[in-house]
Design a protein around this ligand. Structure first.
Ligand SMILES: Nc1ncnc2c1ncn2[C@@H]1O[C@H](COP(=O)(O)OP(=O)(O)O)[C@@H](O)[C@H]1O
Ligand SMILES: [Mg+2]
Length: 385
């Protein structure tokens, strides 16, 4: 039996595809802007925003790769530095990473920001170049009152040479920047990547299946099925996870091609990437209700009767040593979560109770947040069913 996978690693989130389908106009335009500036020896800055899985990271990394190549016609290649700020949300940590990219390895402690900037300046001066600094997931950094973005937008004046910036974030970060930095990101310096629609996702899944799978192991209508499944989220990462899981399922079943049934089998087990920021503002009761819903929905179900969720909630309260709220408050909490766009409520119809659903099941994130908020009470282990 021939294998379904040809190059499974190309479905890995860290794999950068050689091209981005359905993003070419934006890509060429952006490339042109940076190249024109580089040819003149001046910096140019851009902020890219877009939802989860809209291809922001892939766009930024492809751009860095492309700009590092010498363009035809006597233009200049740029030297790119990519930093993901998600886990490095202070100026010091980002600077440590930038220093590594100019070959300076400082210990984690012992240097202040001004000193590190000096060392960076020396490093950059030793190897003069048009640089592109990509700060991905920059939201976490700018919320910490970062000075770094400001300093980098003023690179010429602070002696860093021509440093162009590419900031990437799911949402607009300009409100968190000082007025001077904001002025570097006027309307022509912003790019919003729209959510992928079903047709975009069909092309993306088809293209990525072509890289990863043996020819003939997936039919166009199965590609279509996956695209339709992911379309409400517009999340390419989710679509590719479904593709990979369905391909794995088909392979394990000894099939020579992915059938619609293989896709159906995985669709209940995978969830789009959850925006954890949404959870941070919730109170204890809201978190408990959500966790109860998430646990009730585990498995292939997408909706559960409200009564069952309330039972699970009561059991959870017992486990955490908390008094459950009344039925009325429970319902009000559910409605509040619906307004936040976290929970879906199917109203009761004659003979059918109301049902609750949540498209994304962040069980781990919820458990983590709850435990952080209820430090004194260790949860009683879940009763075995
Ligand atoms: N236009 C595209 N063509 C091919 N693959 C894409 C495209 N857009 C996104 N992808 C893939 O989808 C996944 C999610 O994209 P990513 O750039 O990580 O999204 P974001 O950073 O916006 O959350 C990655 O595996 C990426 O390679
Ligand atoms: Mg990303």
């Amino acid at each position: 039996m021939p294998s379904i996978f040809l190059a499974e690693e190309t479905l890995d989130p860290s794999f950068l595809p050689p091209k981005l389908v359905r993003r070419d106009p934006e890509f060429q335009r952006t490339l042109g802007r940076y190249r024109t500036a580089a040819a003149k020896g001046i910096p140019w800055h851009l902020l890219i925003t877009g939802g989860i899985g809209s291809g922001k990271t892939a766009f930024g990394r492809r751009l860095a790769q492309e700009l590092a190549r010498p363009p035809g016609g006597g233009g200049k290649a740029m030297v790119p530095h990519y930093v993901n700020c998600w886990r490095r949300s202070t100026d010091r940590l980002v600077l440590l990473e930038l220093l590594r990219s100019v070959g300076v390895y400082l210990p984690d402690k012992g240097y202040g920001v001004p000193e590190m900037l000096d060392i960076l300046e020396q490093g950059m001066r030793k190897a003069p170049a048009q640089r592109l600094v990509v700060l991905d997931e920059v939201g976490a950094l700018v919320r910490q009152e970062s000075r770094l973005v400001y300093l980098l937008t003023r690179s010429g004046e602070v002696g860093l040479g021509a440093v162009s910036l590419l900031l990437i974030a799911p949402e607009d970060v300009l409100p968190f920047l000082d007025a001077a930095s904001r002025s570097s990101f006027g309307v022509t310096h912003r790019l919003e990547l729209p959510k992928y629609d079903a047709e975009d996702l069909r092309e993306i899944v088809g293209y990525r299946a072509g890289l990863a799978l043996r020819r003939g192991s997936i039919d166009p209508d199965v590609v279509e099925q996956i695209a339709e499944l992911a379309a409400p989220t517009g999340d390419a990462r989710f679509a590719l996870e479904v593709l990979q899981a369905a391909a794995t399922g088909a392979e394990e079943a000894g099939a020579s091609r992915i059938s619609p049934e293989h896709v159906r089998a995985v669709q209940g087990t995978l969830r789009p990437t959850f925006d954890e920021v949404k959870l941070e503002g919730l109170d204890e009761t809201q978190l408990m209700v959500l966790l109860a819903l998430a646990r009730t929905l585990r498995g292939p179900e997408t909706r559960a009767p409200t009564g069952r969720v309330r039972q699970a909630y009561a059991a959870l309260c017992e486990g955490y040593g908390r008094r459950p709220v009344s039925r009325v408050t429970f319902w009000r909490t559910v409605r509040g979560l619906e307004l936040e766009g976290i929970v879906k409520v199917d109203p009761a119809r004659p003979g059918k109770p109301s049902r609750l659903g949540m498209d994304e099941l962040p069980v781990q994130a919820l458990t983590g947040l709850l435990e952080a908020r209820l430090p004194s009470t260790a949860p009683v282990p879940e009763r075995r069913r």
